[in-house]
Write a protein that binds this ligand. Sequence first.
Ligand code: MN
Length: 242
Amino acid sequence: MVSYLISDLHLDGSRPDVTRAFCDFLRRRAAGAEALYILGDFFEVWIGDDDDAPLAARVATELRRFADTGAQVYLMHGNRDFLLGQAFAQRSGALLLQDPSPATLGGRRVLLMHGDSLCTRDRDYQAFRQQARDPDWQQALLAKPLEERRRIAAQIRTVSKTMNSRKAEDIMDVTPEEVEAAMRRYGVHTLIHGHTHRPGRHQLTLDGQAAERIVLGDWGELGWCIKADQKSLELIHWPTAR
Ligand code: MN
């Protein structure tokens, strides 16, 4: 049996090519899979499950069709789509997945994360993250009319873009000590995450044992996934243009 992991598609109405590449992925590459793990930032922005934009409906329909073939779809929040809720998950035939979540994939125990919580050197982002994960803050936001939520989301995006352009590169990458702490906490030697848009496989030594951190890539001209079968994990990329 084969499972796939993806993250950081940043699906958006303004990037129809990526949406199409995702639909192709579900219908071809991932066809017949046992499970699909979506590790956050699936959407560029999510303002609530009641969003009436056509993108949400299209993606929910595609996911549901895929889930109906017998695949289990798991959805983890990212820093963009942390408001994805139970209603969208149900419509899509997906299960919401906690960040972090342990799993058995490729014949090993692994820890799945979005990755933003590992970037602890980015202090003002971590402050925002804490606020954004607060249920009361989320409720207050979700109670606002859709139009107002669209405006607030655009504002948050502008502020974060300006701040990020002033930050040193390494601040926005994972903190090595946090990676090790997360692996130790869950007793795993493999960590899979996205978020940083720096796809790759990093070998490390954890308490005298070989360990690995596998980073998924963001989708654009290339699509990225991890293919997990009984024995191995493979990081794969391909051009999305047809
Ligand atoms: Mn992210």
